[in-house]
Design a protein around this ligand. Sequence first.
Ligand code: SF4
Ligand code: FES
Length: 251
Amino acid sequence: MQLTLRVWRQPSPQVKGKMANYHLTDVSEDMSFLEMLDVLNEQLILDGEDPIAFDHDCREGICGSCGLMINGIAHGPEQTTTCQLHMRSFSDGDTIDIEPWRSGGFPVVKDLVVDRSAFDRIISAGGFISAPTGTAPDAHATPVPKVDADAAFDAATCIGCGACVAACPNGSAMLFTAAKVTHLGLLPQGQPERDSRVVKMVAQQDAEDFGGCTNIGECSAVCPKGISMETISRLNHDLLGALRANAVPAS
Ligand code: SF4
Ligand code: FES
């Protein structure tokens, strides 16, 4: 395949970025999208140019680090991670726009790399349980209804990629926060901090530069793990309950 790539280049947060055009002439449809970018970077290095900075780690859809806007869609045309997207999803002669996540909460570091540490701060605010350390308890020592275990597992598949934020017209992080709140709030081990968790995580989300949720649903449509809007309903239910119960201080 021959491709024209229009890639966001921005040397640093202080410098204004712009799109740059590149041409590739021998792209295999079996390459992943990141492998295609590797080929482009090899070409740039051989030409003495600065390679394009982009985030990646596992390359198997589990670490969440590889998000890109591809032709204006978070992670591109398939509902999967950028590393699991293959060039067979494109056609010979295509022009492909490649940009970083666009959100106030995810400032650009360089080229296609953004700072997603806001997510870490939301997790630090409450995305954990307190449990005594020691030997692992028997798996069936704390019974969990199957329906709750399944829903908690589905929510736990969130990989923190940030596609939900990038796709949302409001730049909201609600689907991410809701997945974490739902994951822990459905399990017995998550009950002691259930009220304080949701209040603190939402407060931290609001303290970051994310927008509010207005139930548009773009987040769930691009989520590579299919996290549903139902998790946002669960979050709102828990948040209202916690605030009504005044279980936690307002701060
Ligand atoms: S909810 Fe989905 S899109 Fe958002 S961070 Fe988690 S896996 Fe990524
Ligand atoms: S590189 Fe880990 S999810 Fe894509």
